[in-house]
Design a protein around this ligand. Structure first.
Ligand SMILES: NC(=O)c1ccc[n+]([C@@H]2O[C@H](COP(=O)([O-])OP(=O)(O)OC[C@H]3O[C@@H](n4cnc5c(N)ncnc54)[C@H](O)[C@@H]3O)[C@@H](O)[C@H]2O)c1
Length: 311
């Protein structure tokens, strides 16, 4: 077993559970904190000690006291842009106040480093240039984006004032097996489920909006590389290429055999129209490049939904 003890908040969720799988295969000592708001305990193998606790809960300190983690991956969050627009108070309560509660405990119990899941898709706003690098102005269009950025700034203060080391990774649009298809986030999961179950589907807007789609195993590689390097750095994690929602829809349709005609609906407020991320810094500092081509990632995702939804 590696001698590092690692806590993953949000470890029962989509990205968190893939990270847990990877860390567990490498025999790290693992602790998962997740209130199962959107995650599932079934996503977790038996190797992690699981605490069904809300990150805003004052009793979080009991877990820190007992477990004394060395590294904390902070992925627990309210992840829906649309929910944040309808209920900014709740978004900020979980995403900002929950993060502060976590970082207070990190300082108090001597955590060596926090690796934080920020969002490249939500904090830059409508890009002034593409691909968006880390120096791009910050102009979030949603409350979710404001909260994600605020937490980056809190981490900088925790580092300056209390020496808490961090790496902020600004993820692009992550997709893959286990993504929740029931929420409002994650177009690949929503389409995959709908197509396999032959449900009517709607594309918001004309479908020409572009995103930087990153397969989850590539993201997990970047998270793993951040354990040892990139202290106090903010780094984009994306592919550097944009693909339209129409393209993704058509690829998924090909793999799933969907026959219904997809409807068109209005654009959603708070959503960026076109974004993809420059990840040259990730290459230079983490030695990270994405490996999975979008066509292969989408095919693997549809296959997973086929095997896991039917019945
Ligand atoms: N999926 C993406 O494309 C993407 C892009 C950018 C950033 N992110 C960030 O990555 C992280 C993981 O996202 P995901 O896509 O795996 O979503 P997810 O919803 O599957 O995972 C979030 C996890 O956090 C848990 N959680 C929510 N509120 C909690 C609370 N108050 N206390 C404890 N646990 C709580 C949920 O139960 C869930 O397991 C989030 O921080 C998200 O903002 C995701």
């Amino acid at each position: 077993m590696s001698n590092l003890r690692i806590m993953i908040t949000g470890g029962a969720g989509f990205i968190g559970s893939h990270l847990v799988d990877k860390l567990s295969a490498l025999n790290f000592d693992l602790i998962v904190v997740d209130n199962l708001a959107s995650g599932h305990q079934g996503n977790l193998g038996s190797s992690a000690r699981f605490y069904n606790v809300d990150i805003t809960d004052q009793h979080l300190s009991n877990i820190f006291e007992q477990e004394r983690p060395d590294i904390v991956f902070h992925l627990a969050a309210q992840i829906s842009v649309q929910s944040s627009m309808k209920n900014p108070y709740n978004d900020s309560r979980i995403n900002v106040l929950g993060s502060i509660n976590l970082f207070e405990n990190c300082v108090r119990f001597g955590v060596k480093k926090v690796i934080y899941a920020s969002s490249g898709g939500a904090i830059y706003g409508e890009p002034l240039y593409l691909p968006c690098d880390e120096a791009h102005p910050i102009n979030p269009l949603s409350h979710y984006g404001v909260a994600k950025y605020a937490v980056e700034k809190y981490l900088q203060v925790y580092n300056n004032s209390f020496g808490l080391r961090y790496t902020v990774l600004r993820f692009s649009n992550v997709y893959g097996p286990r993504q929740d298809p029931h929420g409002e986030a994650g177009v690949v999961a929503i389409f995959s489920k709908g197509m396999i179950l032959d449900e009517p589907l709607t594309i918001n807007g004309d479908g020409s909006q572009e995103r930087d789609f990153l397969f989850v195993s590539d993201l997990v590689d970047a998270l793993m590389k951040s354990i040892d390097v990139a202290d106090n750095e903010i780094i984009n994690i994306g592919t550097g290429r944009g693909y339209s929602v129409n393209y993704v829809h058509d690829e998924l349709k090909k793999h799933s055999g969907y026959l219904l005609k997809t409807l068109r609906g209005p654009e959603k407020p708070g959503e960026v129209f076109q974004i993809y991320l420059d990840s040259e810094k990730a290459k230079a500092i983490l030695g990270w490049v994405p490996k999975i081509p979008i066509e292969e990632g989408l095919r693997m995702t549809v296959d997973w939904f086929k095997n896991n939804l039917n019945g």
